[in-house]
Design a protein around this ligand. Structure first.
Ligand code: URA
Length: 205
């Protein structure tokens, strides 16, 4: 069994958050390629995900699938997970203590998968990687640290509730291939960290 599969087994057995463990049908560790270049991080499983044990399989997931195909990728080629691995009762927002407790699993997933790009979907995952920022200001922007690109997007569910966001989310998604390509080019040509064209003016501090 791979280290990532073992980690998923540990997540499935996790009972660190009593309320979540008692109310879930099953934990939802994540799904996708173990060597994915791109890792999408959502908020927490909803009803469909809790039933199936897979991330983003409800209506928001259908839109995420569309977004992933729009950049010429198959869902199986990326890795999809959430900040919190268990569905909060009644789909309430995850609590700070749950996010903190679950962070350990996400950190280990990142260590094992080593994605070249982390795409945050919505406010909760954005808050982890773009602390103090506002999604309406920074969606569609990226920064690079330790050779990983961090890219913030609205949550796909936001576009289902607010149709006008659909095009915004799609436009942001379509930036991903060139961000990855640009990082490659700069990496090859420039040993020192360098401001990338698409990253200009988007300092992360
Ligand atoms: N919303 C999320 O944030 N994650 C899922 O897995 C499904 C819906």
């Amino acid at each position: 069994m791979s280290a990532l599969s073992e980690l998923c087994q540990e997540i499935l057995a996790c009972r660190r958050c009593q309320v979540l463990a008692e109310n879930r049908t099953r934990a939802v560790p994540g799904q996708g390629a173990e060597d994915a270049d791109i890792m999408f991080i959502g908020e927490a499983p909803g009803w469909h995900e809790d039933q199936q044990g897979l991330p983003f399989v409800g209506p928001a997931g259908m839109f995420l699938n569309e977004l992933i195909s729009a950049i010429g990728l198959k869902r199986e080629a990326v890795y999809i997970t959430n900040v919190v691995k268990c569905r909060p009762p009644q789909n309430r927002d995850p609590l700070p203590t749950e996010i903190h407790t679950c962070r350990h699993w996400l950190d280990r997933q990142i260590e094992l998968i080593k994605p070249r790009m982390i795409v945050t979907l919505g406010r909760y995952s954005m808050a982890m990687f773009f602390p103090g920022k506002s999604i309406s200001k920074i969606h569609g922007t990226a920064y690079k640290q330790d050779n990983v690109i961090y890219f913030a997007m609205y949550h796909p569910a936001a576009a289902l509730h607010q149709q006008s966001l659909r095009q915004v989310v799609m436009a942001d998604m379509l930036k991903i291939p060139s961000l990855l390509a640009e990082v490659d080019t700069v990496g090859d040509l420039e040993p020192e960290p360098k401001q990338l064209k698409m990253f200009e003016g988007q300092s992360h501090d």
